[in-house]
Design a protein around this ligand. Structure first.
Ligand SMILES: Cc1ncc(COP(=O)(O)O)c(C=O)c1O
Length: 425
């Protein structure tokens, strides 16, 4: 092969002049000049369409990570692009010092989508969680009379709610937690899936129970079916808020608008992020009724970018797409296929496999390969996935993926497992 530079394509969108650079040069630049807070696979993406992405050298990959569920509606989704272009031509940022014409319609549509009254918009998922912590504490102070500084929030072990200082204060992940103290007090961590442990941890200071309805970063852990209903009961009995972090599980990923819907449970507050911005902008929100969000008064919480016109335009489009588009149906239909096919991996290179909707966690036999090695081998075959916790690999393709493409990716998965078994088994 000739000099890789000649294979590289100009991916600058025409805004920069200069030499076209190859994948390896891009990686070199990134490694030299960015902080090493991620360990990316060696793939340099320059374009995306639907469930597929293309790298700077023209190789195509089926993106089975979908930005950790931020691009649920696919890359370059025409509806989202049209809404973005339309809004870009009008006004992009006003701050919340003023109203703008996207805001009212967006918060109304989002609240309505999940049957709540109010929305508190932010940007990232971690900010939505921080928001929930503040709202819950303030609610306990105002409504339950818990003295300032005394409120506690019950959370689950193995959680992932983001990486800000307060949020990592209740993480059990040694990478997220170790060495970043002092941490924010006021959290009780109990095992995930164990409602009795929540009941035992509740006391007069408890403001909220905050859980992921399905744990994402932990490896797509679906709790026992009575877990969320029992949390609802415990919260009702003890006058405690039930806050569902649906940043990753929500907005179609599990085949329903919220993962809570699978058990018929309605929490007091939902946290959304990731796909709420359509994969175009960071958009997050806490969604709850007035009796919860009403405790926040002007000046107590906010963000310059939270609820900006571009974010609201994306959020409105996402709500409309969830209501009118084929996304939920596709996630349900192909979710069945995914569930059936990953079962075949168990005993054939994987030790366990779980899924809900278009979201799967597969535990690779670590005597054969690490999750990372599996991801690298899959990338070489044109399938992008990402490992978590050593030997687990997650699959979360865009909800626009076709049956043919999903089957193709799962064939590659099974091929890699077979190769590993042949080489190392
Ligand atoms: C359940 C959950 N909450 C919060 C977050 C944090 O979101 P962000 O990375 O946008 O801060 C994540 C990110 O993966 C998540 O999965």
């Amino acid at each position: 092969m000739s000099d890789t530079r000649s294979l590289g394509r100009d991916t600058s969108g025409g805004n920069h002049t200069g030499p076209v650079i190859s994948s390896s040069d891009h990686i070199g630049l990134a490694e030299t000049h960015s902080a090493h807070n991620y360990n990316p696979l060696p793939v340099v993406i320059s374009e995306g369409e639907g469930a597929w992405v293309t790298d700077v050298e023209g190789r195509r990959y089926l993106d089975c990570l979908a930005g950790y569920s931020a691009t649920n509606f696919g890359h370059s989704n025409p509806d989202l692009l049209a809404a973005a272009h339309h809004q870009l031509d009008r006004v992009t940022l006003t701050s919340r010092a003023f109203y703008h014409d996207q805001f009212g319609p967006w918060v109304t549509a989002l609240a309505d989508l999940v049957g709540k009254e109010k929305v508190l918009p932010m940007n990232t998922g971690a900010e939505a969680v921080e928001t929930a912590v503040k709202v819950a504490r303030r609610w306990a102070y105002d409504v339950k009379g818990v003295p300032d500084g005394q409120a506690t929030i019950i959370v689950a072990g193995g959680n992932f709610h983001g990486r800000t200082t307060t949020v990592i204060s209740f993480s059990e992940d040694p990478d997220a937690y170790g060495g970043f103290g002092p941490y924010t007090p006021g959290f009780r961590v109990v095992p995930y899936g164990d409602a009795d442990a929540i009941a035992a941890a509740v006391d007069g200071t408890t403001a909220a129970v905050l859980v992921e309805p399905v744990q994402g970063e932990a490896g797509v852990i679906v709790p026992p079916p009575d877990y969320l209903p029992r949390i609802r009961e415990i919260c009702d009995e003890n006058r405690v808020l039930f806050i569902a972090d649906e940043v990753q599980s929500g907005l179609g990923r599990t085949g329903t608008v919220t993962a809570c819907e699978h058990t018929g449970v309605v929490p007091d507050a939902y946290l959304f992020g990731k796909a709420l911005g359509g994969g175009i902008l960071p958009v997050s929100a806490m969604v709850a009724d007035e009796d919860v969000l009403g405790v926040i008064k002007p000046g107590q919480h906010g963000s310059t970018f939270g609820g900006n016109p571009m974010a609201a335009a994306m959020g409105r489009t996402v709500v409309r797409m969830l209501r009118e588009g084929p996304y939920l149906d596709n996630a349900q239909r192909l979710g069945e296929l995914l569930r059936a096919r990953i079962k075949e991996f168990v005993g054939n290179g994987a030790v366990a496999a779980r899924s809900i909707g278009l979201w799967a966690g597969i535990d690779v036999d670590d005597s054969l390969a690490s999750g990372r090695e599996l991801c690298e081998r899959l990338a070489a075959k044109g399938v992008l996935v990402k490992d978590t916790h050593g030997s687990t690999v997650r699959l979360s393709p865009a909800l626009v993926v076709t049956e043919e493409d999903l089957n193709w990716a799962l064939d590659r998965f099974s091929e890699v497992l077979a190769e590993l078994r042949a080489e190392k088994g």
